[in-house]
Write a protein that binds this ligand. Structure first.
Ligand SMILES: Nc1ncnc2c1ncn2[C@@H]1O[C@H](COP(=O)(O)OP(=O)(O)OP(=O)(O)O)[C@@H](O)[C@H]1O
Length: 369
């Protein structure tokens, strides 16, 4: 008989810590692996000083697990956070066991082992919005699409997973830090009818984020599993540009229903968009389609139409790759100003809002929202 992870965690819950809670409720168990009768795990203390006081707990935890039926050898190691890394989350302490201070939630710890792809229970569809190149308007498209879908009566969530340059708080006009009243779950914000969460809102915005892959994975896992998203028709995930750890983690570890790629028509952007498409295909994430942004510019003075980033490049690329072209959005001053003001252009009723409404309708017709 092989011991299960749940049995081990249940056993560890029996071990009460001197300052309250147990190893599981205090989220200290890491890297639990069960290899037949061999069990290994790590106990991660919030700091080296606490770790030094926990040797007896480590030994007791090892002994308890070793006594479980089906376990031949259990080994537990102690580690500790080495202080706050650069770009560390605000309140980067483990959730306090008690006391007067408000519980805080550590963002970006080591990921927990998963048995199934992440998809919060109440969410019907999860769509990632990516781009190869930065600055092509992926966040602008994400926020406006979210608002346009909400205007159609859909329950929409928007997760800003761009930890290196989170822009949704500004674009959606919601910069308050989400609360974590119990130190375990995060209450997302609401803006313009959209349920919003940004990893950036949990970080110190004055510091650059220097995170290793595992911490990124842990942070994304938390966004998917600890945020109280509630019932949603669709969760849009605004990815960072490129094909890095965030994209890989989400593609491999969460149940994405599709990916949308935003690109400008210029060659350098298309070159990178192709790489992003290739990555999603490799990860077997269905490609919903491409969106051409900054496709044309209408001079407000004379009405002349110009194509500063080229013309038709995304349509041609989409046709070549056999991916639908979902829409072409112009370069538009009002779109930029609305984004900067935290009131996405899709909230209004002008031509740009209509273009986003058409995009939203298409996703709804395709059964993706
Ligand atoms: N169609 C558009 N017309 C005018 N300005 C736009 C348009 N799309 C995006 N912008 C502006 O371009 C800038 C970059 O857009 P945005 O932040 O959405 O791009 P991104 O691809 O998400 O960038 P990053 O790589 O930094 O995440 C922003 O100032 C935004 O307001």
């Amino acid at each position: 008989m092989t011991v299960t992870r749940d049995q081990i965690l249940d056993e560890l819950k029996r071990l009460t810590l001197p300052d309250g809670g147990n190893l599981v409720s205090r989220d200290m168990v890491r890297a639990l692996s069960v290899d037949g009768p061999q069990v290994r795990f790590v106990i991660e203390a919030p700091d080296p000083a606490t770790a030094r006081k926990m040797e007896a707990i480590r030994a007791a935890a090892e002994e308890l697990v070793q006594a479980l039926p089906g376990v031949e050898k259990a080994s537990a190691a102690l580690t500790a956070h080495e202080g706050k890394p650069t770009g560390a989350p605000r309140g980067a302490q483990a959730a306090p066991a008690g006391g007067d201070s408000a519980p805080s939630l550590k963002i970006g710890g080591h990921p927990k082992p998963q048995t199934a792809p992440m998809k919060p229970a109440g969410i019907k569809h999860v769509l990632a919005i990516g781009s190869g190149k930065g600055g092509v308007g992926k966040s602008t498209v994400s926020s406006n699409l979210a608002v346009a879908l909400a205007k159609q009566g859909k329950k929409v969530g928007l997760l800003d997973a761009d930890i290196y340059g989170p822009s949704q708080p500004r674009m959606m006009g919601a910069t308050k830090r989400p609360a974590s009243p119990d130190g375990q779950t995060i209450e997302p914000l609401t803006a313009h009818g959209v349920t919003l969460m940004s990893i950036g809102l949990m970080l110190d915005e004055t510091k650059a984020v220097v995170w290793r892959g595992p911490m990124l994975m842990g942070a994304l896992q938390q966004m998917m599993t600890q945020v109280k998203w509630g019932e949603l028709d669709v969760l849009l995930i605004d990815l960072p540009p490129g094909t890095g750890d965030v994209q890989l983690t989400l593609g491999q570890r969460s149940a994405l229903d599709g990916a949308i790629i935003v690109s400008t028509p210029q060659d350098v952007a298309l070159l990178d968009a192709r790489k992003a498409i290739d990555m999603f295909q490799t990860l077997k994430v269905p490609l919903v389609g491409m969106i051409e942004n900054m496709a044309s510019y209408i001079c407000p003075e004379c009405g002349h139409e110009a194509h500063p980033f080229g013309h038709g490049g995304v349509a041609a690329e989409a046709a070549k790759l056999g991916v639908p072209l979902l829409g072409a959005l112009p370069l538009d001053l009002e779109t930029r100003l609305a984004g900067d003001a935290g009131t996405p252009i899709a909230l209004g009723d002008d031509k740009q809002a209509a273009a986003y409404a058409a995009l939203a309708n298409r996703l709804i017709e395709d059964g993706l929202a």
